[in-house]
Every structure is written in C-alpha cells, then in structure tokens.
Design a protein around this ligand. Structure first.
Ligand code: NI
Length: 164
C-alpha cells in the first residue's frame, strides 16, 4: 500500500520578553553588538513545529495535530508565554536568547516527547521572532543525511533578516 511521506506543521503564538547579552563580552561590547536588543524588550513570537512521517492509511494522518498542539502547549508555550526568556525559563538558563538558540532549545524540549509517536519524527523548528526575522533548526543531524536542497550546515540554526 502507498504510504507517502508528508510534513505537517502546527503553529502556536506566544509573547515573551528577552534581552541579548553575551557573558563572553564586556558591557560595552554587548551594547555595541546588540544595540537596542541589549535592553529588555518583547516579541510576539510564532512557533512552527513541523513533523515528518508517513501517512497512516487507516487515519489518513501523519500525526493527530490536536495531540501535537497539546504537546507544544505543555512543553513550550505554557513555560514561555508572558515570561522573560532570560530569567523565567529554566531550560533557557545560561542561553543567549537569540532566535537561533531558542529554536534549538525548543527542539531539545520537544523532540524526546515526539519519539513516542510511531511513524513520524520532528523535522523542523521554525521560530518567527517578528515578520522580518526567523530562525529554523532541523536538529543535530549530519549534512549527508539531508536532502540536496539543504544547506551544508544543518546542525546550525538559520536566521533571516536583521536582529530584533
Ligand atoms: Ni529581541
């Protein structure tokens, strides 16, 4: 029986505060590098979680999107919405809260929970920080296992646009 592989995506929005500060840089260097992002500010984020798997012929689904939605709320949204990402979120402790790093941290929180779902895997975390800026993370997989359209450095998050 034909079991095509399909990627499905669920999106959740949240609002959070953060500031960009690197412990490896001086105050002056941080101010120079991050500019206005060195001070507290907030974003209305949109988190897109993409799961890849085969379509179950019995259900017609890769994964129940309602279950995926609940998982994202439990593991991520409930812990970050209306919080300060630098101070209030244990799994981001010690992280420079760029969209890149936050996307990777979200992957690490979600991926283990998705292993329980047979026939599908977490494929991508896309974190939209604003309409202009987003980061995408495809997990810590080797470049060789990726499709030819993929960029060479799959283990690093991609960022588009200017820093926000
Ligand atoms: Ni920001």
């Amino acid at each position: 029986m034909r079991r095509p592989t399909v990627e499905i995506t669920h999106m959740q929005e949240f609002s959070a505060a953060h500031r960009l500060v690197s412990p490896r840089l001086t105050q002056a260097q941080n101010r120079e590098l991050y500019g206005p992002c060195f001070t507290d500010h907030g974003h209305n984020y949109a988190l897109e979680v993409t799961v890849r798997g085969s379509v179950d012929p019995q259900t017609g689904m890769v994964m129940d999107l309602n279950r995926l939605s609940r998982l994202i709320v439990e593991r991520i949204i409930a812990r970050v919405d209306h919080r300060h990402l630098n101070h209030d979120v244990p799994f981001l402790k010690g992280t420079i809260t760029t969209a890149e790093n936050v996307a990777v941290a979200f992957w690490d929180e979600l991926e283990p929970a998705l292993r329980a779902f047979k026939g599908c895997k977490l494929y991508r975390i896309r974190l939209n920080e604003s309409h202009a800026n987003r980061a995408e993370y495809y997990g810590p997989r080797k470049a060789a296992s990726r499709s030819s359209s993929a960029s060479s450095s799959r283990s690093s998050a991609k960022i588009r646009g200017a820093r926000g």
